[in-house]
Design a protein around this ligand. Structure first.
Ligand code: NAP
Length: 284
């Protein structure tokens, strides 16, 4: 069996074209969705993500402001800025690019952003809403993954899903969203013993570890759906995922590539959340 490749970039483009039309209609009603991104320091990966977000915002017609602050910014300066952004009625989404410098406590910053403008879906109130199946801003990468699965009509209800990785931004929430879709979810992580016993039973495998070629074909059940979240830079500068794509593709039914897989969907869901926030504020 050779898997069908789910190209996130193709789906993302389709969704962005639909969003563009939606934003045109909103503008006609005097509503201009606006996202403010705060970037601290000079980390090249963060700069590159932020650039991608701005380019996508521009395409869709979401206004995107970038506030750049120096590496030595104090926690108080950032929290004061967030207060101002929370109070600004013209801003519908606030995103503080992570990771933050050591002098700033990440959780404090996440909790300072108004849950109504938390388009990353990281605020504990929004996580609680997700957990209880309430309408909320879903965290962008997990939301993108579920959207990819749905786009191929992949059944989640009653399926065994294994999530490898348990970070707050990917592993834990994607497992929760799969549970909300009635999958039976197992989390694996660095302390999991004999991980292959879980993977071999999995109809859906989500890999979010950050180790190149971590998931080998031998471990995968024939016909499984494999979603690769990992982004790893190889010595030659190219990007690769957490899945041994070439070999796993021969065993899986669906697989996502890296690049052109989950990554483009993450930014798209951020724009979706920003538009949703604008619509909510204006009761549209
Ligand atoms: P993270 O916070 O570093 O978490 C990695 C997880 O992998 C942890 O839960 C860790 O377990 C687990 N792990 C590490 N080594 C393992 C091993 N040998 N066996 C089993 N589990 C192991 O990473 P993250 O933020 O979730 O990101 C994961 C990957 O996805 C990275 O490559 C990142 O760049 C990528 N990513 C991509 C997107 C996108 O849009 N495509 C978005 C976010 C992240 P413990 O908890 O036990 O330490």
């Amino acid at each position: 069996m050779t898997a069908e490749v789910i190209y996130g970039n193709v789906l993302a483009e389709k969704l962005r074209i639909d969003m563009k039309d939606e934003v045109i209609l909103l503008r006609e009603q005097g509503i201009q969705p606006k996202l403010t991104v705060v970037l601290i320091g000079d980390d090249p990966a963060s700069k590159s993500y932020v650039k991608g977000k701005q380019k996508a915002s521009e395409f869709v017609g979401v206004e995107s402001d970038l506030i750049e602050l120096p590496e030595n910014t104090t926690e108080k300066t950032l929290l004061d800025l967030i207060d101002q952004l929370n109070a600004d009625q013209t801003i519908h989404g606030i995103l503080v690019q992570l990771p933050l410098p050591d002098q700033i406590r990440e959780q404090l910053v996440i909790e300072a952003i108004s849950p109504e403008k938390d388009v990353d879906g990281f605020h504990p109130i929004n996580i609680g809403r997700m957990l209880t199946g309430k309408d909320t801003f879903l965290p962008c990468t997990p939301f993108g993954i579920i959207t990819m699965l749905k786009s191929k009509n992949i059944e989640m209800s009653g399926k065994n899903a294994v999530v490898i990785g348990r970070s707050n931004i990917v592993g834990k929430p994607v497992g929760q969203l799969l549970l909300n879709e009635n999958a039976t979810v197992t989390y694996c992580h660095s302390r999991t013993k004999n991980m292959d016993q879980f993977i071999k039973e999995a109809d859906i495998v989500i890999v979010a570890v950050g180790i190149a070629h971590f998931l080998r074909a031998e471990a995968v059940k024939p016909g499984a759906v494999v979603i690769d979240v990992g982004i790893n830079r190889l010595e030659d500068g190219s990007l690769t995922g957490d899945v041994d794509f070439e070999n796993v593709k021969e065993k899986a039914s669906f697989i996502t590539p890296v690049p052109k897989g989950v990554g483009p969907m993450t930014i798209t869901m951020l724009l979706h959340n920003t538009i949703k926030s604008a619509k909510k504020i204006y009761h549209v």
